[in-house]
Design a protein. Sequence first.
Lengths: 517, 310, 365
Amino acid sequence: MSQETFLVMRNITKMFPGIVANDQVEFLAHAGEIHALLGENGAGKSTLMNILTGLYRPDEGEVYIQGQLVNFHSPREAVDAGIGMVHQNFRLVESLTVTGNITLGAKNEGFWWRPRIAAKKVAALSKEYGMDVDPEAKVWQLSVGEQQRVEIMKMLYRGAQILILDEPTAVLTPQEVKELFSSLRKLADSGKTVIFITHKLHEVMAFADRITVLRGGRSIAVIKKEETDIKELAHLMVGKEISHLVNKTAADPGEIILRLEAVSALNDKGLPALHEVSFSIREGEILGFAGVAGNGQRELSEVITGLRSVSSGKIFVNEKDATSANARQIIDAGVGHIPEDRKGMGLVSNMTVIDNTILKSYRSPEVCPGFFLNHRKIRQHAQHLVDTFDIQTCSLDSPVKLMSGGNLQRLLLAREISANPKIIVAVYPVRGLDVAATEEIHQMLVEQRNNGAGILLISEDLDEIFKLADRIAVLYEGRIMSILPIENADLDRIGLMMAGIDGKEVAANGASSAKEV
Amino acid sequence: MDYTFYLAVLAAAVTAGTPILYAALGELLAERSGVLNLGVEGMMLVGAIVGFIIAVNTANPWLGVGGAMLASGALALIHAFLTITLQANQVVSGLALTMFGAGFSSFIGRPFVGIAAPVSFQNIPIPILSQIPYLGDIFFRHDPLVYLTYILAPLMWFLLYWTRPGLNIQAVGEDPAAADAVGINVKLVRYLCVITGGMFAGLGGAYLTLAFAPLWLDGMTAGRGWIAIALVIFAVWNPLKAIAGAYLFGGVAAMSFRMQILEIPVSPFFLQMMPYLFTIMVLIIVTIQASVKRIGAPKALGLAYDREDR
Amino acid sequence: MLVAQKKFNPGYRIRWEKRLVSTPLINFSIPVISIIMTLLAGGAVIAAMGFDPIFIFQGMFTSAFLSFTGLMETTVKAIPLILAGLGVALAFKMLLWNIGAEGQLHMGAFAASGVALALPDAPAYIVLPTMILAGMVAGALWASLPAIPKAYLGVNEIITSLLLNYVAIFWIDYLVFGPWRDPAALGFPITKAFGQAARLPMFGDTRVHTGLLIAIAAAIALYIILYHSKWGCEIRVIGESQGAARYAGMNIRRNIILVMMLSGALAGLAGMVEISAIHARLQAGFSPGFGYTAIIIASLARMHPGWVILVSFLMSGLLVGGFSMQIHGLPVATVQMLQGAILFFLLGGNILTRYRLTIRRKKVA
């Protein structure tokens, strides 16, 4: 491995209103290495890389590339300097073709847009790096893995020497992760610098050469992989011992409380997203849905909560037919919902803590006996929730957009739990939260399960599923591959099923469970 | 009624459609870059009066057209500054532009009410083409500004779909973050599209005072700017479809005008309502079809882009 | 947090910094500043036209606010502005762009006139309530025309509601030039005068009429609906986030239609009070663009019913003052131009709610 120091970021400071995202961060990367930028959510990793790619401007600090001081005013300048970033939410224009996206804004393309000729160049590039993708396909037609390849090729097309990937594995199956890193290793061997942002320790140990750890906006350590282990990294990343709150006892399932019979549904584009999904959840158990995002998770949570209509099949809540119930009837039937998009759906960012606590209960007789809202009672209730669930907020009357992600999620859960739900649909409930908040949210969910609620947990993080679920279902292309009791599930088998390899082929045990509804 | 009546109506449809077409092409360009400009009506009015004033003072209609485009381009610049740089609400800013334009045109136009333009664009039949039966009468016996649209609309189509700048405009309108990430200057593209679009709106306005009806009346655009905005939706943001749409709308206006002359026993007020009601009907039908076919506006239309939004 | 070992070099930098919440002071001062800026810019234009702007503005202010008759006239014109402004503010609060207040106002005036003309001999306690009801229903129905396609098909309500303004005005023209024209009016496009019973009573000898009480009552009612009722809770949530509203089980379609209709009803009521109290007959061109001014009022008042009342008085003063400008030889359109300019400055000033200007010493590591 060549040890030329290719990139130096010195003393980087960047402030956003109310927070210091980067505080005098130091970051060095060599040519030919795969460098992991490790840190919790909110540690400042993305901010640092956004500064490197010219998206943000640092308040202080310098960036050197090959010893040259650079000062990027825009992403274009960073791209021209050979820096390419693959963001977590891909920056692709969905309505354009793969070729259109890869060549978009590139230099020396001339005035005319000639799709055929450009497609040939893209095909050649795709061959050179062994990344298979149809140059003439529209981006919205591609799978998430293919879109990621388009993003990487887009950067290679511009002659990127430094390739940055932000949480590249979040949307991939374990098998796809291996493929991705074997491609990245090839790129590194050809002399490029590969940086990937992550908070997953085993990924770092498996694929990185060196690791820079960020914590609370500061750079804490730079280590070679051979000189460290998972335990040390965990300690560096979190900074303190994590008290494991979650104390899960064996499940004691009661009556069936939610049942889906051969439910099919369409996605927003009008294409089939769920195919004859059947399962049931009992009181006092957590059914975890594993799977790569985009395989029908969103549609599944929406058909249950009345936000999306089914194209066929039946849904029973508490053994009553709720197939055509609307969102309001589902709420009234005792179904709580922790949606994926907490700022755009679960809470109203610009409204106050108080207003958000009555987002669903504003029509209940306690809150609104007649035509008028009982403001005194609403305030008391909100105060009670804030106290009970230890929600940090400056005032009940300040907009919730000022709160941190962990507090937002606590508020959301507090509101949902205070309605005493019989069923909770939790979609990516800890996405973007730090370790401490994650533990608390998990603890809250387990408590609800112990109190007899049936919980449907959708997650892309297998660790979370294994930690919380009593049974695991795997969703692939809108179908349930298999439903396994937690005792019979292991990581490899679930990983294969997430990639669409049939549960029955994986294990005989799984097959019998798959029939269960 | 013999066929000459229909030919006359169809030829009138082309002239009546031309100012709407200019305005619609301009709005289309702005919207393709993701900026909704509801100030078309105001920009047309200002273009109409500025073009008229210059033509009256210089006796040169081409100078009038140039002045109209500069004036409406300047108004569009206000909208661009407010919505792109200051990230103000595009709807409200457009409404402000329409109100300001209506007031401003009336303000500077007061001395010119009722004056006939000393010069205006005259019909110049195109040799050979104007001899084609039917088509020649409908399309090739007009003034130069009509002929200009025959070139301009296909040119804009070509720009949008077959050139790199066009691809960049599409990307900026669909996904500004993606465009920004590959180094396209989102704000610059939007500024250029909004200002150019405003110039077209002014040209459409100038067409009214310099060719269509060579005189100035307060508020003489009479909602054409709004019809142009509807036309952009009708045309599914495609310049070529905008041509057909403009002549359709022009045809309805021409029909209602001809029917008034023919003393059809319907109140002229009802006939005057026709273009507006027709526009609403078309808008409803187009929206239904768009939702069935799942085609629609540029995805980022109406949204400000802020790179550092977290 | 920043360490003291840093060297400081002299020099400052001024920059925009984002802020997450606005302060009440800023919310209040932006409209005030935008009005001042408009006067400055307007003054420059007036000076460029060869007039003395200070003299003109003084004249405007005096005639609108400092003389008794002027103040009364300002109050009279504020009444329809408050009602229409409330209607627009309600719709805008839910991010429904009802640009059709002008048309809804005309249709309200039409329906109220129809009642007044049909019941020439009925007593006031029958005619007036019926006129109010008819005006509101007509405005609401007219507003439902853009609302229903918006709710069920997603048809752009900005364009449809605006285009319907033209249709409504042609409809009034048709009536007053045609079937409803008073044969005794010597060809003027007006209907017969209403009976005394169809006229809203005036206060004393002034032209200020009881419509003022209706307007204030409407503002209070709207405030209570928005901030103290469960319906208002839905309206505010839908206006902030449709996703959250759907999630919370709110019926967005129904609210689009209801809110738009109530918005239209308020505009229709504005038409009714104006036609009943001031004109006492339906006539062409009775509204100097109340429905459009209402858009500016709603924006300046930030959709708050209480502020709508205050801003309406200011805008009314601008209208009344505008007549005094005419005496000095400036066109009426000056007012419309200034109104548009206020909105520009308001939009520009809004950046202060999202950014603050900071001046800090330059630091070099």
